[in-house]
Design a protein around this ligand. Structure first.
Ligand SMILES: NC(=O)c1ccc[n+]([C@@H]2O[C@H](COP(=O)([O-])OP(=O)(O)OC[C@H]3O[C@@H](n4cnc5c(N)ncnc54)[C@H](O)[C@@H]3O)[C@@H](O)[C@H]2O)c1
Length: 258
């Protein structure tokens, strides 16, 4: 018996074995959950990764920037499960021009692409599966990077994360009456595909990791996604029944110190 026994989760954001979502999916299964994965851009790639999880997981395609893909999501997920107990939003994308120190020169099309995939997608994903989300008791968890300050080279992704934080609060506000919780986990830097795209020299996580090594009171290991996955699993469980609109920092405490 795990803390997610009997629950069915929809997990977006698996791209590689390093993806935060891959760790959440594995740990959620270990804690008793049935997991369905969404795949972007290639279903076959995610199906290969699904075979590395402790238990089988269905894989369905989803492009969060494509209204048709979102419109068909509930029906596709519904083939695997009657209701959903939780949804993980672990999605971010920014074109190179929106990252890496080009902030003053970034044009609207690149900004729009960043906000669409990284901010508005939380609203898109949640509203697409709302008919399946258990009410009361459903839990939405999203992945955040502390947006309370500006970071070197994070640029428009930082703006997107500010919007994500606000979007999560508004979803918490509007879905609270249905007993659905919406929370974010603000993770410290982890070595993933998304992180490697942040800086021009491809060392985004490394730069941030050096900062974290200096600042985090608990220390920080940018190769270990387990603490972040644990927080996500806890928020999916019944152990945070009165928490919504929250940002749980899983960053070794770096956000708390100057
Ligand atoms: N790695 C870090 O240091 C770090 C720290 C804090 C927060 N985060 C956040 O964690 C989340 C997951 O990122 P990650 O670090 O695991 O990297 P990742 O590259 O493994 O995951 C990013 C995911 O976004 C998906 N995606 C992008 N565009 C999409 C679209 N149009 N439709 C559907 N999916 C799309 C990709 O397929 C991929 O699975 C992101 O929101 C990221 O900002 C990462």
């Amino acid at each position: 018996m795990g803390i997610l026994s009997g629950k069915h989760l929809l997990v977006s954001g698996v791209l590689t074995k390093s993806s935060i979502a891959f760790h959440v999916a594995g740990l959620a299964q270990e804690q008793g959950a049935d997991v369905t994965l969404t795949a972007y851009p290639r279903v076959s790639l995610v199906e290969r990764l699904a075979r590395l999880l402790p238990r089988p997981a269905a894989v369905i395609p989803l492009d969060v920037t494509d209204p048709e893909s979102l419109a068909g999501l509930a029906e596709r997920v519904g083939r695997h499960t009657g209701t959903l107990d939780g949804v993980l939003h672990s999605i971010a994308y920014a074109p190179p021009a929106a990252l890496g120190g080009n902030f003053p020169g970034t044009g609207w099309p690149d900004v729009a692409a960043t906000l669409h995939a990284s901010t508005y997608s939380l609203h898109g994903l949640v509203t697409a599966v709302l008919p399946l989300l258990r009410s009361p008791g459903g839990s939405v968890v999203g992945l955040d990077f502390d947006a309370s300050v500006a970071w070197p080279e994070y640029d428009w992704m930082g703006v997107a994360k500010s919007g994500l934080e606000s979007c999560a609060r508004y979803l918490a506000f509007y879905l609270g009456a249905q007993g659905i919780r919406v929370n974010l986990v603000a993770a410290g830097p982890l070595r993933t595909m998304a992180a490697s795209n942040i800086s021009r020299d491809g060392d985004g996580a490394g730069d941030f990791a050096a900062l974290w090594h200096r600042r985090a009171p608990l220390g920080w290991d940018e190769t270990n996604a387990d603490p972040v996955a644990r927080a996500c699993v806890a928020l999916f469980s019944d152990w945070f029944p009165a928490t919504t609109g929250e940002i749980v920092h899983v960053d070794g405490g770096a956000h708390a110190v100057g």
